[in-house]
Design a protein around this ligand. Structure first.
Ligand SMILES: NC(=O)c1ccc[n+]([C@@H]2O[C@H](COP(=O)([O-])OP(=O)(O)OC[C@H]3O[C@@H](n4cnc5c(N)ncnc54)[C@H](O)[C@@H]3O)[C@@H](O)[C@H]2O)c1
Length: 247
């Protein structure tokens, strides 16, 4: 139990990777804040954790809105007394060629992925600085290296790498570690319901040195390591969880 007495916030944790990351923290003793746009699913994940003996609250919030980001952090501190770990996982994508990409679609992806990570880090860091302790893990993507049809998403995820490196330098003196995880393609329920799922899975197997598709637990393992004191001398780094696939 690496996280007994620790308090973790995982954004976008009503489903997908965020849900598994939050459940993994709870399974190792942390109190967890589940926060998401999806009120019903968010409360349900918090309830499941409590039913299995863990500590959790659900906060409905849009991480790209300053008042909501502040609410996530304040409700966490109100419920559990402090915040030790922030995982900026909330994100969305909307792929298309740049000539078809409206400003609105550009903003939506940048706001959910990048602005949300900035805002939650801003409000969480105030509490972390006071205690000279904190771990921030930002979920980037292998797409930060550049993918066709993902100008908005690739830019947001590359922005997250820049944000991570800047905050690592800025907050290191307060013993706050800031790292990023860059997953490759990970099999979530959403991907499993994709009409071309089998084809995507087979192509991924062929193109990846480790010949399988990623699973949410692969990402959770990396996030929990970077959030643990085993990683206390690692900061500003990007850990690729992509089975060895980089290009
Ligand atoms: N699944 C993958 O293959 C993969 C690969 C690389 C990176 N990622 C990244 O991992 C993270 C999770 O991905 P996923 O596949 O689980 O996605 P998902 O769509 O299944 O889950 C994302 C969750 O974030 C929430 N969310 C979106 N915008 C939000 C906002 N503005 N405020 C609050 N909550 C918001 C959604 O409601 C949803 O519950 C994302 O940042 C994604 O970019 C995923």
């Amino acid at each position: 139990m690496r996280f007994t007495d620790k308090v973790a916030v995982v954004t976008g944790s009503a489903r997908g990777l965020g849900k598994v990351i939050a459940q993994s923290f709870a399974g190792e003793g942390a109190a967890v804040t589940i926060c998401d746009l999806d009120e019903k699913a968010c409360k349900e994940v918090a309830r499941e954790i409590k039913n299995s003996g863990g500590r959790a609250i659900g906060v409905t919030a849009d991480v790209s809105k300053p008042e909501d980001a502040e609410k996530i952090i304040e409700q966490t501190v109100g419920a559990f007394g402090r915040i030790d770990i922030l995982v900026n996982n909330a994100g969305t994508l909307k792929d298309m060629p740049i000539q078809d990409m409206s400003e609105e679609i550009w903003d939506k992806v940048i706001d959910a992925c990048l602005k949300g990570s900035f805002l939650c880090s801003k409000y969480a860091s105030v509490h972390m600085i006071r205690r000279n302790y904190g771990k921030i893990v930002n979920i980037s993507s292998r797409a930060y290296l550049g993918n066709p049809g993902q100008a908005n998403y690739s830019a947001a995820k590359a922005g997250i790498v820049g944000l991570t490196r800047a905050l690592a330098k800025e907050l290191g003196k307060y013993y706050i570690n800031v790292n990023a995880v860059a997953p490759g393609l990970i099999e979530t329920d959403a991907l499993k319901s994709h009409p071309k799922y089998e084809m995507i899975k087979e192509r991924q197997k062929k193109d990846t040195p480790i010949r399988r598709i990623g699973i949410p637990e692969d990402v959770a393992g990396a996030v929990l390591f970077l959030s643990s004191d085993d990683a206390s001398y690692i900061t500003g780094d990007v850990l690729h969880v992509s089975g060895g696939r980089f290009g």
